[in-house]
Structure formats: C-alpha cells, structure tokens
Design a binder for this molecule. Structure first.
Ligand SMILES: [Zn+2]
Length: 367
C-alpha cells in the first residue's frame, strides 16, 4: 500500500519568507519559503490524504505547479527532520488495541517516521520478554509501568511476602495481599489490571549466583535489576548478561541519592569496568563515581512511594529504549543520579571501558 505522509501534530509558524516547525519542546526547524509553497505543502500534508504521487495535484489546488520528483524530495527532507508520519499506520491494529494503547502510540509518534511507525514500536514492545529481578519498591512499580506499555512477557523473580510496611510504596499490593508471596500477588494484579496484554511468569526464588541468572534470563530481551542483595548483585547480573548477550538496567536509592544506569554488553562499557576503574585509583574517573565505602550505612529503606515511582519511571523509560529502539539508551555506561536532598539536582557521569575488563575484552574479540 503506498504511504500517505502526514504532518505530525506540531506548531507551524509562518514568517515573511520562512516557516518554522516547532516539534519537540526545545527544537525548531527553519525552512525558507519565499513563495509560500512550503506552507502550502505543510497544509496539504497536515491532512495526510495524499500519496507522494498525488501531491502535485493537491498542490495545484493551492496554485503551485510542482513535479512528483520535487514532492518526493520535499517529503524525504521533511521525514529526515522528523515531522512526518504514515497517515494510516494505526489501522494495522484492531480497534480495542488502538484504544487501550492510544497514549503509548502517540508517545511513539515522537520517534516515528515514514519507515517506522508507532505501531511498529508498539509491536516491538508487545514482542518483548523482560526478566525483572525483584517485585519490591522499584520492581513492582516497573512491572506496573511495563504492563501499561503492553510488554509481551515479564518473568518476575522475588522471594518475599507482602508486608504492611510495603503499602507505603508498592502499589501493586493491597491489604488483602499481606502475607502472600509477592510474585503471586503481582501476577494477580496484572491479570486484574490488563488481562491479555502481559504474561507474567512468577518465580519465587532468591538469586544467589550467575548460574541462577543465566537460567532465568535465557531468551529474554532485557534484564532489569530491582534488587540489592546479594551484595555483589550488580556484578552477578553484569556477568550473566554478558553470557546471555542481553542488556540490563539497574537502579536504586543510596542514602538520599537516586541512581540508575544500564549496560549493553559488547557495546557500552560494563559494570565490571566501573569496579576496575575504582580500583585503579589513578584511573581519572569522575569524582561522582568514586565511592569507596568506609562505614556501610546499614539497611534503611527510605524509598517513599514517589521515590519508588520516579525510579521505576526512569528505569522503564530506559527499558523502552532498549526494547523498541525509539532512541538510543541514555544510561548505557552513564551513571545518572537525582539528589533528593539537594533540590532534585540531577547529574550524569559516563564511564569508559577498562582495559583490564575480561568481559569487554572478550566481547571485543568475538566481534
Ligand atoms: Zn567491561
């Protein structure tokens, strides 16, 4: 079926000899338009009714004689700027799915173009299979956000039961769930909330080593680490994800600092690289990443509901980037923090591959 390009719902501002397209919040594209033909084309494209071959006729209605080749060139240029969509792309989904995922589709529109539609991104999400470690403060929030996005499958791993104190922030559970296994209560929540869009495989077990993770993660598209034990969990997940060839995202709260980061094995630097950097005292690592613990703070959970939700939001947005490739992951080997006790100040610090990292060296050789 020939594509009918349609202008995204963006602001178009007309000035004497130019047109300004105002798309994303901070971006504007300036186009010369001395004779008004660009404005006319944008008006035609805003209706999304014509194929490229039909555009010369439509432009004639606005008093402009143009060739199909000129229109093809103009459409290609506008698509490169990121302001065009395939007009009838949503028709690829049944009406119930369209209604259920309306805002997800409109979010994907931000990144869609003539070659890849919002529906294509949605289908990637629906085909995704995520290993989610932990159904606690952050994990249960991530689960809820993934289900909202219509992720195809979640393998949820946890060994805890729901306690009264969890109700401050674990909104997938209610009073009736107190004493139940979290994985079972979470699976029930998913079934009640959005039957048919997600299959949750509930695994009631404690992670102890890399072998557990390799077994649980085989065939997954992404791993999300929302647990903080055992102590070296990040290194275990890092190693397992290298073996599986699967990216992972981790996050948490340390004292008053929220943090999240991700690793794409073989592409970005990995968590072991960061540990080795910390060992190489002269490694020139950013001060932010240099955190050798002298006195461990002890396990105090300060994560209130909004903190858990904010972290889950950051993590799930990053998950969406890996699963749909709307845009590149923003936290791959980049340590993001939000400082709750300092005006919500955010920081980001990249780390590089450490030459001593055997995992990254192995991935380099395998290329
Ligand atoms: Zn590495």
């Amino acid at each position: 079926m020939p594509v009918r390009p349609r202008l995204k719902p963006i602001s178009v501002v007309r000035r004497p000899s130019e047109v300004i397209l105002v798309g994303r919040a901070l971006e504007a594209t300036y186009l010369d338009d001395a004779d008004g033909s660009v404005t006319a084309l944008l008006q035609v494209l805003s209706r999304g009714e014509h194929t490229v071959a039909e555009l010369p006729d439509a432009m004639r209605g606005h008093g402009f004689e143009v060739t199909e080749a000129e229109m093809a060139g103009a459409v290609e240029a506008l698509d490169e700027v990121g302001v065009l969509l395939r007009a009838d792309a949503d028709a690829g989904l049944d009406p119930a799915t369209r209604r259920r995922h309306e805002s997800n589709l409109r979010f994907y529109d931000l990144f869609a173009g003539l070659d890849r539609s919002a529906v294509d991104y949605h289908r990637d999400m629906a085909a995704a299979d995520v290993l989610l470690l932990g159904a606690g403060g952050m994990g249960s929030g991530v689960l809820q956000a993934l289900v909202g996005l219509g992720v195809g499958r979640v393998r949820l791993v946890d060994f805890d039961v729901v306690e009264e104190k969890n109700l401050a922030r674990q909104f997938a559970y209610g009073r009736d769930d107190i004493g139940r296994r979290k994985v079972e209560a979470a699976r029930d929540w998913v079934a009640r909330y959005s039957p048919g869009t997600t299959v949750v495989e509930a695994v009631d077990e404690r992670i102890t080593d890399v072998a557990d993770l390799r077994r649980l993660g085989a065939g997954a598209s992404l791993v999300i680490c929302a647990i903080d034990s055992p102590n070296d969990v990040h290194l275990l997940v890092n190693e397992a994800c290298f073996a599986l060839g699967v990216p992972y995202i981790a996050a948490g709260l340390q004292y008053s600092t929220m943090f999240y980061w991700s690793v794409e094995p073989g592409v970005s630097a990995c968590r072991l690289c960061l540990e080795l950097d910390r060992e190489d005292e002269s490694g020139g690592i950013p001060e932010l990443l240099d955190r050798s613990v002298v006195l461990p703070a002890g396990r105090v959970n300060r994560a209130t509901g909004p903190i858990a939700q904010l972290l889950a939001g950051y993590v799930t947005l990053e998950a969406g980037r890996y699963l749909t490739r709307t845009d590149p992951p923003v936290a791959a080997a980049v340590y993001h923090t939000v400082e709750l006790a300092d005006g919500m100040r955010t920081t980001r610090a990249e780390w590089a591959r450490n030459p001593r990292c055997p995992l990254c060296a192995g991935a380099e050789e395998a290329r």
